[in-house]
Design a protein around this ligand. Sequence first.
Ligand SMILES: [Cu+2]
Length: 160
Amino acid sequence: MATRREMISAAMGFLMMPASAMAAEPSAGSVVVERAWSRATAPGAAVGVAYFEIVNSGGQDALIRIETPVARQVEMHSTATVGGVMQMRRAASVDVPAHGRVRFEPNGLHAMLIDLARPLKKGDRFELTLAFQHAGAVRVEAIVQDLGTMTPPGQEGAAQ
Ligand SMILES: [Cu+2]
């Protein structure tokens, strides 16, 4: 437990600054996934993270699974600060409200990439497949940002 918690803490070591903006991307029916991105991993890191924004123009849905070729397993985590300590909790699924948005971002909901097949390097791109209860599978390409980046591609420097 301690080992995995430490690895996850290391991957989550950067804090602060949400971001906003948008650009249209792949969709399955009423669900669009925008601005998927990830962050370069430190040497030897076993976990990485991925972020994106879900835009739902239809009825109530839920994100039930995420897969990627670059990690053995992907978990959805929420983040909360409890007594000054940042904690992550695994979520079995994430509700996507009708005509709503759900943002996966630093310090909030995120996709934890567990047991990386290879280190993630700045400029790499990899596939993420998001499975929705109603909309089905949505495939997007995540862009790997520099280690320490807290904002989606094109937003660098927007939050300093
Ligand atoms: Cu996490």
